[in-house]
Ligand binder design. Sequence first.
Ligand SMILES: Cc1cc2nc3c(=O)[nH]c(=O)nc-3n(C[C@H](O)[C@H](O)[C@H](O)COP(=O)(O)OP(=O)(O)OC[C@H]3O[C@@H](n4cnc5c(N)ncnc54)[C@H](O)[C@@H]3O)c2cc1C
Length: 459
Amino acid sequence: MKQSLWLQSNEDFSFPAVKKSLKCDICIIGGGISGIYTAYSLAKEGFQVTLIEALPQFAHGTTAYSTGKLTVQHNIIYSKMTEEDGKIYYEANKTAIEQAVSENSDSFTKATSFLYTAADQGKEQLLNEAEHYKKIGIPFVASNEIELDLPVKLALGIKNEWQIDPVQFTNFYVHLARKHGAQLYLNTRITKIEPLKNCVHTSNAYTIQYKKLILCTHYPIESIRQLYSMKLQVSRSYLTATKCPQLLEGQYISIDSQSRTIRSALVNNVPYFIYGGQSHLAGTTGDTDHFYETLQHELTAYFELPAFEYGWSAQDIMTADQIPYIGQLSPNDDSLYIATGFNKWGLSSSLVAGILLPSLIKKEPNAATSLFSPNRSNFGKTLYFMLQTGGFISKELVKGYIARPDAPRCTHLGCKTRWNEADETYDCPCHGSRYNAKGEVIEGPAVYPLDIKKSGRSS
Ligand SMILES: Cc1cc2nc3c(=O)[nH]c(=O)nc-3n(C[C@H](O)[C@H](O)[C@H](O)COP(=O)(O)OP(=O)(O)OC[C@H]3O[C@@H](n4cnc5c(N)ncnc54)[C@H](O)[C@@H]3O)c2cc1C
């Protein structure tokens, strides 16, 4: 069984499960970084907030399995937007990060964030991205050398960015949310939403009546509305951590076809080198050991580092235009909100959600509302993405019944799951639901356990 480096520093909270029906002003589902930070922000402003988390601890979903870079440099992105949108995106992330640094400075380590490439085409892309940095007003450095002994044609850096331990960071806000009066619950899964009755149901048969509901469940459990299941794709990647002689000054991500992410971290006073990549659509392969083997091979060959001690994988939700969905789930319903589609940059985007959602609920103007709106049109790109996603899901649905007839059926929409050898999980290729070896849900959109009478592990 693989394990995340960040779970070494975990703090056990003993919050209750929901044991009676409740009423609240704002109900947040999901206790990862997006849910916890939003709960804190709303409670700080005097809202009566109730947060419900399915797992026995907070921040044990994707948040605990991230790389922990907190930066405005989200891969190649600014050159894909208009200058005006780029400015809004940059300012929203910068302001949100600065606010968190001012609240929680002990959790941060400073680092320069770099995008780098070893290819001529990548160099062109980075030069183009740098042009957009200039127009937007993002200060940057560019070099053809980095502190690591890797072939580099160009590296584009933003100084004074940050690194965090994502679990410690989120736990800090658990304390603050509680201090400001948020009611937090663990071990309680929401299985049904009844938007017309402003009510959610828990798996242990209680109801929670709300005025506003915010879905911070990573993949939205209410995914059919507004065709979210077609507007989102799920991408999985792999990370390793091995002891290293010294910490790095920068944090890196390559933009080449085999992208790699690199940072270092001091955990319990031990320096670790964190190295990852190997992205693929979630649930599409069961033979996942070889992803770790490739990373291990590169750790030895390029960095002369020993065998990794920690290896983990995680998936994040991708949107057509690389911009998250933060706002009202549908334009005509101001009682239901989502924060999702973080495109593997959800640590900072969750902080944006924690600022944007309260302003939307208070009906205050915010420059970022339209850019992050889940109902933005972006017609051509979104339509193409939806057709691609729909085609992929239909193919996986049919293929699953032919190739893996004994595999358990996902309880979300009935696709056949696939046994994941390295992580010992059942993964659904259609929308990314995951279950542990006992069939318990570890990642939505599924909300009910898997029937594993036939394990289907050989298929
Ligand atoms: C490999 C990898 C590396 C990454 N590295 C970075 C990085 O360096 N920097 C960065 O900015 N971003 C990074 N990201 C992205 C970032 O980790 C995520 O976008 C972010 O953690 C998402 O936070 P969240 O709160 O939305 O989701 P989660 O952390 O998954 O939290 C959602 C919570 O909702 C709960 N839940 C779900 N359904 C229900 C239900 N029905 N009832 C009750 N509770 C429910 C889950 O149990 C879970 O705890 C990375 C992502 C990946 C995959």
